[in-house]
Design a protein around this ligand. Structure first.
Ligand code: HEC
Length: 83
């Protein structure tokens, strides 16, 4: 894709998005990249680990920033989790 946003537009977009959203988004992309690396390296255990981290990112972000769309996600994931 060609540079669709100018530097100024990009700065405006980042101002409009809350800091927490950008952090979750950045972590999400990081985990997605590591998951791809683990899969390429045929490391099943690492794939499982980063799959979990990735799904946790979906849930955390939706619970915080899309609760209207996903009303079931009242609390952040991971709380009260027991084995
Ligand atoms: C950094 C934040 C963030 C992450 C991470 C994220 N989402 Fe979302 N997602 C959103 C927001 C915000 C909306 C609500 C958009 C709206 O209101 O239309 C949404 C909406 C959705 C929807 C509903 C789309 C619709 O048309 O109603 C689905 C399905 C979805 N996300 C799946 C996922 C999955 C699966 C993952 C993980 C693999 C994920 N998302 C990760 C922020 C995120």
């Amino acid at each position: 894709m060609k540079q669709a946003l100018s530097g100024k537009e990009r700065a405006e977009l980042h101002r409009a998005l809350p800091e927490g959203f950008l952090q979750i988004d950045a972590a999400f992309h990081e985990h997605a990249g590591r998951l791809a690396q683990a899969a390429a390296g045929h490391d099943g255990e690492l794939v499982a680990f980063y799959s979990y981290r990735l799904m946790d990112g979906c849930i955390r972000c939706h619970a915080t920033y899309a609760s209207g769309k996903f009303p079931g996600f009242g609390k952040p994931a991971g709380q009260g989790h027991r084995h």
